[in-house]
Design a protein around this ligand. Structure first.
Ligand code: DC
Length: 249
């Protein structure tokens, strides 16, 4: 591993993607969205007619899988399967509901962890997920564990769904959030866990900008990193794109 690697782990709805993108943009680092990789394998299995309740079939589906990701400094991470872009298609609720079948399969995790480490070989990365600081990059230069109470995460998610016209109650969303926490934390390999040396950030009462700024400050003081001069419109565009991506998931 070379160069600077910042890992951001935490439960869904803690604001990781927006914050990771903003921090990456300010620090001039590439942004890796590892959740999108699990989403892509799930999408692939769903469309290849693989039985999701059959781990062996899911593992077998990796053989013919041509998964590519394209990282950038100021855009979202793009995802391709078999040369076709599926960046937006992996954000449906159907994919979200089925991810746990795929994320529980050890062969899938090994396959994606290897891909993630390969990407990390060039350093200069903000990577976001559940197991980045614990398993994938145990020697990362800075590790962040981001969380917010289930009530706050459910409230944010409920507001997003309502804005899109979905008819879900807050209670249903809260149940969904708790179920995902349970599945993500209980995963034997790559389960959600705070790394011993991670800095904890509670995002319950803070805006994405405030949290991103805390990470930038930590990177500057601990890693002696410099921030880039970026104009406000680039920051605003990154924030908007990250919010849009999240809303679809
Ligand atoms: O970050 P996200 O909501 O897009 O992630 C979707 C799912 O992918 C998440 O519920 C668990 C799984 N995941 C994982 O198992 N390991 C990661 N490093 C990232 C995501």
């Amino acid at each position: 591993m070379s160069g600077n690697i910042i890992t951001i782990d935490g439960p869904s709805g803690a604001g990781k993607s927006t914050i990771a993108r903003l921090a990456a943009l300010r620090l001039g680092l590439r942004y890796l969205d590892t959740g999108a990789m699990y989403r892509a394998v799930t999408y692939h299995c769903m469309h290849a007619g693989i039985r999701l309740d059959d781990p062996k079939a899911i593992a077998g589906a990796l053989k013919g899988l041509d998964l590519q990701v394209e990282l950038s400094l100021d855009g979202p991470m793009r995802v391709f399967v078999g040369g076709k872009e599926i960046t937006d298609k992996i954000r449906t609720q159907e994919v979200t509901r089925n991810i746990h079948y795929v994320a529980d399969v050890m062969e899938v995790r090994n396959f994606l962890v290897e891909m993630q480490r390969k990407i990390g070989e060039n350093g200069n990365l903000v990577t976001e997920g559940r197991d980045q600081g614990t398993l994938v990059f145990p020697n990362a230069s800075l590790k962040v564990y981001m969380f917010a109470t289930p009530a706050v995460r459910a409230r944010r998610r409920h507001a997003e769904l309502q804005a899109r016209g979905a008819e879900t109650t807050y209670e249903e969303v809260l149940e969904d959030v708790s179920k995902r926490d349970y599945l993500d934390m209980g995963r034997e390999l790559g389960g959600l866990k705070k790394a011993m040396d991670a800095v904890e950030l509670d995002t319950s009462e803070l805006s994405p900008d405030q949290v991103a700024e805390s990470i930038v400050k930590l990177a500057k003081s601990r890693l002696k990193m410099q921030t880039r001069k970026i104009d406000k419109s680039a920051l605003e565009a990154a924030r908007r794109q990250a919010e849009e991506g999240k809303k679809q998931g």
